[in-house]
Design a protein around this ligand. Sequence first.
Ligand code: ADP
Length: 405
Amino acid sequence: MTANANATRVLVLNSGSSSLKYQLLDMADGARLAVGLVERIGEDTSRLAHTPLATGGTKREITERIADHTAALNAVAAELAADGLGLDSPELAAIGHRVVHGGSEFTEPTLVTDEVLAHIERLVPVAPLHNPANITGIRTAQALRPDLPQVAVFDTAFHTTMPEHAARYAIDTATADAHMVRRYGFHGTSHAYVSRETAKLLGKDPSEVNVIVLHLGNGASASAVRGGRCVDTSMGLTPLEGLVMGTRSGDIDPAVIFHLSRNAGMSTDEIDSLLNKKSGLIGLCGDNDMREIRRRIDEGDERAKLAFDVYVHRLKKYIGAYYAVLGKVDAVAFTAGVGENAAPVREAAVAGLEELGLAVDAELNAQRGDAARLISPEYARVAVAVVPTDEELEIATQAYALVSA
Ligand code: ADP
């Protein structure tokens, strides 16, 4: 599909409601040519931070009002052009877009057409915060380079292999179907990448291994991956379900919502905001950064300790649940900001699971590094690994594979 055989670059765009993250990658060798971020779009204090890795340049920052996503992408394009990496380059093969919700239908990276955009739009009711921003990002990129393939890579796609009994909630089927209520799961690009990299670390083909992936960032999710295919995941209709997160509650009794509505007089929007923005670690102790929580624990702070313990208890429950779902587990992989950096979380989550074949070697766990690595002792039946995620590389790889096929 690519007209120019020298077109090996992919621009990856991750559009949020007020932010635009981007990376320019060269798929000939996987090199990152430029990375950056525009934040606070639409505010007076917008900021663009751009690092031209290809030229070895240092980070440049612009702080001035950037009115909307079109202005943001134009500003990014100008920064890239200043480094000789302009979006008009014939070397650009595609723009890959992270799209949060692809429903049940989008199971693969997909070339954006008007019909595809309309479909992503129809999913807005189940992803009201994310899909509109993603659509804006795609339209903006289309306007800038109408001739270039735009590829949508969905957070939900990897999870579409879940069996129906894992995806279906036990509520009235007609109501569920009429309103698209089912488990979709998110962070799929990360779960796909990390489960594959874990197999690689074990020297095996993904089809040969069963992996529990724990993506612990500010948002957090677990998945059970059997032979390279997702069979269960902790996030649901929205990213609210499952693990304790930075600001989200994860699993709670749904009746908490009725209770707060009836007895605390809270509106639906207030409860939504409570559970998504004021819960999880921040709700429990006032901080959502694991570094700060650890610092407070070291100073003897009881609230921080309880927040940590609630976080780890939930994590351990999911390891146990997915162990049972998979029957046999070859590896547990920790990834994302907390998973890659917080050794105490990894240690505590696995503590006491020796009978399941799980253990962490204290020395290996304490070591830092950017590469995927094992942290379990030789004798452990199940490998425990730290596997850095790279969603941008995965999006670029998938987009490039599609357009160069
Ligand atoms: P997201 O992409 O979901 O915004 P990240 O995967 O970047 O999040 O993870 C961010 C979180 O990672 C931070 O909120 C913090 O809790 C945690 N984190 C980052 N660095 C460290 C560290 N060195 N030690 C412990 N936790 C860390």
